[in-house]
Write a new protein. Structure first.
Length: 364
């Protein structure tokens, strides 16, 4: 029984067959939205960014939305091992009343971000090798500048109905904003690839706090972010609304002469394009019209047998806040146990890197 499953696009599989899995070939690391699910990768992230990737320094794009953006910000610290541990502790120890207001949750996240990256802003934005990009969304129409909760509810209802018709129609209500390292031209993202309007904003030490907050701002559960320095005027929410599992045109970097593999530690073997697509099983990037975008992707995810060993037989998730209610100590303990269990994922991945077993790699 394995703790990890591996899926690869045809180019990624061919590359691993010919060269093995080498740190020097990794050009992009995506990180999905998913709230507490990200905790499961703490040990693996510490090994990847504290040991394996530094053994082959090169320019790499790290791109994430929501908790994925927070994980990639941890990776860009001078001491990523300590940063991931600090982020995990802070995230686990969130405590809320039975029915917290949106402002309560927002204030708690602002404090968390301050304790997480405060004093480390420049080392994150000026990392010698990693180029951090964070995804968020800006509202349009009713969501452009809502002043009342009822307007937000109406705006997200309209967005949800539009998305049911087609993902492209969601672009009438939300647009993508990429807040990222100016040293990386990100040509593969800047050439239009979908129906969403996309803005690119430089990431600096003066806007990283607002960018991290916006990337993880849950609609209606938190107050929207109404201003990000250097970004277009507007109202901002969680990047996962558009880019939940980051179904992006990665194949455009396949020809990178320095190596064009995309390594994607993910929570599942499914790639759901947007948060509103979760209940639409036919809308999966792995077998959609853009499946060729994943040609050079190696996706690594926890196996079903591993999940069965965890509390409640699943990864930590936001529903745990409701399930455990105000029994915070019980929830925190179970989340900490999941973090510890994640060491098995780290160890199995390190073993795979040392001796890749091609029989374990399935198609994406």
């Amino acid at each position: 029984m394995h703790n990890l499953i591996f899926h690869a696009g045809p180019k990624a599989l061919q590359h691993v067959r010919e060269h093995g899995l080498r740190a020097q070939d990794i050009a992009v690391i995506p990180a999905a939205a998913g709230g507490p699910k990200g905790l499961i990768f703490q040990a693996l992230d510490q090994w990847l960014f504290g040991h394996w990737l530094p053994s082959a320094p090169r320019e790499r794009m790290l791109i994430g939305s929501s908790i994925g953006a927070w994980r990639m910000a941890a990776a860009c610290h001078a001491d990523p091992v300590a940063a991931f541990a600090r982020m995990g502790e802070l995230y686990c120890n969130q405590r809320y009343d039975a029915k917290p207001s949106a402002q309560n949750v927002t204030d708690a996240c602002i404090e968390l971000i301050e304790n997480f990256i405060g004093g480390h802003e420049e080392e994150i934005t000026e990392h010698p090798h990693f180029r951090l990009h964070m995804l968020t969304v800006r509202g349009r129409r009713l969501l452009r500048a809502p002043k009342r909760r009822a307007t937000m509810i109406g705006g997200f209802t309209a967005a949800t109905l539009a998305n049911l018709t087609s993902r492209s129609r969601l672009g009438r209500h939300l647009e993508r904003v990429v807040i990222g390292d100016e040293r990386d031209p990100a040509f593969w993202l800047k050439a239009k690839f979908d129906a969403f309007g996309t803005h690119f904003v430089p990431l600096n030490s003066d806007n990283i706090h607002a960018a991290l907050l916006a990337s993880g701002t849950l609609p209606l559960i938190m107050e929207p972010v109404r201003a990000i320095p250097h970004a277009p005027n507007g109202t901002y929410w969680d990047g996962g609304l558009i880019d939940y599992h980051l179904a992006l045109p990665y194949s455009r970097v396949a020809g990178d002469p320095a190596g064009g593999l995309v390594l994607y530690p993910h929570f599942t073997d499914q790639m759901v394009p947007g948060w509103l697509d979760k209940s639409l099983p036919w809308r999966r990037a792995s077998y959609g019209k853009h499946s060729d975008w994943l040609d050079n992707v190696l996706l690594v995810a926890p196996s079903e047998s591993f999940l069965r060993t965890l509390s409640r037989g699943k990864l930590p998730d936001r529903q745990d806040f409701f399930y455990y209610g105000t029994d915070h100590d019980f929830r925190i303990r179970n989340w900490q146990l999941a973090i510890s269990a994640g060491q098995l994922l780290r160890d199995e991945f390190a073993t795979f890197v040392a001796n890749p077993d091609l029989s374990r790699i399935l198609p994406i």
